[in-house]
Design a protein around this ligand. Sequence first.
Ligand SMILES: C[S@@+](CC[C@H](N)C(=O)[O-])C[C@H]1O[C@@H](n2cnc3c(N)ncnc32)[C@H](O)[C@@H]1O
Length: 296
Amino acid sequence: MLRPPYRRYQRLYTYHLDQTPLPSLDDPDLIGAWGEDDGTVLFFHRPKERLIAELCRQTGARLHYQADLDYEEWEAGREIVPFQVGDLRVAPAWDEQEADIRLDPSVIFGSGFHPSTRLCLEMLLKYVNNDGQTGLNGSADHPSAGSQPAAAVKHFLPVKRALDLGCGTGLLAIAAARRGVAQVLAVDNNPLACQVAAANCRLNQVEERVTVRQLDLRREPPATGEFDLVMANLYQGLLRELMANPDFWLARYHILAGFITPMEEELLALLPADRVRLVERISRERWCCWVLAARC
Ligand SMILES: C[S@@+](CC[C@H](N)C(=O)[O-])C[C@H]1O[C@@H](n2cnc3c(N)ncnc32)[C@H](O)[C@@H]1O
């Protein structure tokens, strides 16, 4: 995360150690520590060979590899600049112009530049209005090619509580709060993602509406019954696991993404057709997003 005196990211210095968790570091150049199953990746604004050598000496950890790269390379070659989705303007924390959402993407997924995040944002903004309502009323039982809505929005239903599964930077959760959703639970298994999402909620003053929780969806898949809307931009394997669990389908609406067109058929077969219907399917650069509604 950005902490003074840093106002943006330029070069990233990364160190992958074979232990997790590691003792917390209080280094002014630290961006964050990303815990993984097989170790921890530490991100800094500056080279830290001496600090890492000392950390290894103290903990017995070993350095797997180190690398330094430009922030743009980390962000898949994209420059992180302000962008507009519908009437919502999202800007990086270092941009000085007005924005509805200000985001420190840090080194976490969810800058808003990946097609799957962007599609989820578009669908969220399309179907959830400023009063925390949703305009789901269409019907499309089979996905169709292209990105045109399968049915017109006809009336609105309330979304008071939303669940953001795999929240990354928290962008979707914050956007839901901006659209008037009263309570959002944002979960991620990556502790750094949770820290970044919570910081972004504070930056946007929605921390009263958005609760961020560290949770592994594989071990503790949350029951969705108390939520009106579930947003899940996840990788296909995890989506498959969640979709096979009947508790995943207790919410009234779902926005699902994180899969590409060749994966759709397999996922489509997991939809409980008697309980949910596909309202809209949208795709861009082969990434897909589905909006689903419970059959009532
Ligand atoms: C594709 S990113 C989506 C981030 C953000 N919601 C967006 O739309 O840009 C998926 C997120 O899911 C998280 N994730 C992966 N496996 C998870 C698990 N087992 N439990 C919880 N979160 C998980 C990752 O850490 C990552 O932040």
